[in-house]
Design a protein around this ligand. Structure first.
Ligand SMILES: Nc1ncnc2c1ncn2[C@@H]1O[C@H](COP(=O)(O)OP(=O)(O)OP(=O)(O)O)[C@@H](O)[C@H]1O
Ligand SMILES: [Mg+2]
Length: 345
């Protein structure tokens, strides 16, 4: 585990500023992410966590300008070093950038391969669509990556999707993302179809490749266990907002946002103590029920006061490299044994 102690933004490969995405539901637009500002520094793995529906995949897709109808990027910018302003690229430029400069694995991408072509042919298709000259070299690299993921490289490249298990396909999704030497790697739930042992092996390879290539990596997951093993920095999302962002170890040991604290408490794998693991009570809001004013977490928050109803807290740095969006006193949140409202455990 190579956690770093700062989020040093000076070298950020990816700079997201005030990014907002709306989805249209029955004629009305709702923000799925709102004013997200986040740096993905080079050489660091950023974990993006939060409950289902908090906007993690929406943010990951927006980083590649891949939001489709009924959604749209309605504000903000995404700057990627060497690529430029991603939100301003033409469709053709985007196709060139996605899969090469920006490697990505979509959520459930294990189900989205071409059923009619072998994996090897799909690697060649990917290479041709990005004007790769050395196609045998590309296949060689794909095979090598697959083998590092614990797969039989030759066999999987000769296989069709239906001949592979979900876990094998998930690992191949990561091979596809890495094979063109991307500098930015975005992985949305990359290990959900894997058993615990394969998960650990795949996380180890992701870490190795990340370090060898000095990548900027974003791993989206709802599994705090995964991020605690691999991430240098953590960003926590709730109701389409980043509510806390900082060095992973510091954030896990001393969460400073009530939501992060509750999320960690709800994860027995982190605390290592089943008895003290608390269910996170209540439900996260959906797009139509996210509060339009005030703090989005206030209804489930043990620290909420009147000010949380009246004004939305800004995501502000309270110590170098560590930001949070909360009106409550940092020391109080960190030291209080308070559990969220309505705790039933
Ligand atoms: N195409 C769409 N049309 C309408 N609403 C959408 C669409 N895609 C996502 N949403 C809504 O946007 C919100 C954020 O969804 P998103 O998929 O980004 O969440 P997530 O954090 O990735 O969740 P999960 O952990 O379940 O993958 C949710 O309320 C979701 O219902
Ligand atoms: Mg998702």
């Amino acid at each position: 585990m190579t956690h770093n102690t700062t989020t040093a933004s000076a070298e950020a490969e990816v700079r997201v500023r005030d990014l907002t995405v709306h989805y249209r539901i029955e004629g009305t637009e709702y923000p799925a992410i709102a004013s997200v500002t986040l740096d993905l520094p080079r050489g660091r793995i950023t974990g993006l966590v939060g409950e289902s529906g908090s906007g993690k995949s929406t943010l990951a897709l927006a980083l590649m300008n891949a939001i489709s109808e009924p959604g749209r990027v309605s504000g903000g910018t995404v700057h990627v070093d060497g690529v430029g302003e991603v939100t301003a690229l033409s469709a053709k430029q985007l196709r060139a950038v996605r899969g090469s400069a920006l490697g990505y694995v979509f959520q459930a991408s294990q189900n989205s391969m071409n059923p009619l072509r072998t994996i090897g042919r799909q690697i060649l298709d990917l290479g041709r669509s990005h004007d790769v000259k050395d196609l045998p070299g590309l296949l060689h690299r794909a095979r090598e990556l697959a083998e590092r993921m614990g797969l039989d490289g030759k066999r999987v490249l000769d296989s069709y999707q239906h001949e592979l298990s979900g876990g094998m396909r998930q690992r191949l999704g990561i091979v596809f993302a890495l094979v063109l030497n991307a500098k930015v790697l975005i992985l949305d739930e990359p290990t959900t179809a894997l058993d615990v042992l394969s998960q650990a092996a795949v996380l180890k390879i992701i870490r190795e490749v990340h370090e060898e290539n000095h990548l900027s990596t974003l791993i989206v997951t709802h599994d705090m266990g995964v991020v605690s093993e691999i991430a240098d920095n953590l960003a926590v999302m709730y109701g389409g907002r980043i509510v806390e962002h900082g060095p992973a170890l510091e954030l896990l040991r001393a969460p400073s946002h009530p939501y992060t604290k509750a999320l960690i408490r709800a994860t027995a794998r982190i605390t290592g103590d089943l008895a003290s693991a608390r269910a996170l009570p209540g439900r996260p809001p959906d797009l139509t029920t996210i509060p339009k004013t005030g703090c989005v977490f206030r209804e489930r928050c043990a620290f909420a006061t009147d000010v949380c109803t009246g004004s939305e807290p800004r995501l502000e740095e309270f110590r170098p490299g560590h930001r949070r969006a909360c009106h409550a006193d940092v020391a109080l949140v960190r030291t209080s044994p308070a559990t969220p409202k309505g705790d039933v455990s």
